[in-house]
Design a protein around this ligand. Structure first.
Ligand SMILES: [Zn+2]
Length: 83
């Protein structure tokens, strides 16, 4: 059976870096494939990464086990919003 979690997750520009099973939980560690993002305010594209703050987000269960997505939340400042 060809089983690809990336295909099931179906997030654009995101891949699953690792899959850990611990204490009845499944943790999928995600990685972004794109270098930068467009600012949600002014739409300017930037790859000027300020910091990464990983967060755990509860997702739908897999095979009856709770699933958490470890998302490397990226914080960037566009040129217009930079302090
Ligand atoms: Zn902006």
């Amino acid at each position: 059976m060809d089983f690809n979690l990336n295909h099931l997750l179906n997030f654009p520009y995101v891949t699953i870096l690792s899959c850990q099973q611990q204490e009845g939980l499944v943790i999928l560690k995600l990685e972004f494939l794109n270098e930068g993002i467009s600012c949600p305010h002014c739409k300017t594209y930037t790859d000027n990464l300020h910091q990464i703050r990983p967060i755990l987000v509860r997702d739908l269960s897999i095979l009856g086990q709770p699933v958490y997505l470890k998302v490397p939340r990226r914080l960037s400042w566009s040129v217009k919003l930079a302090p």
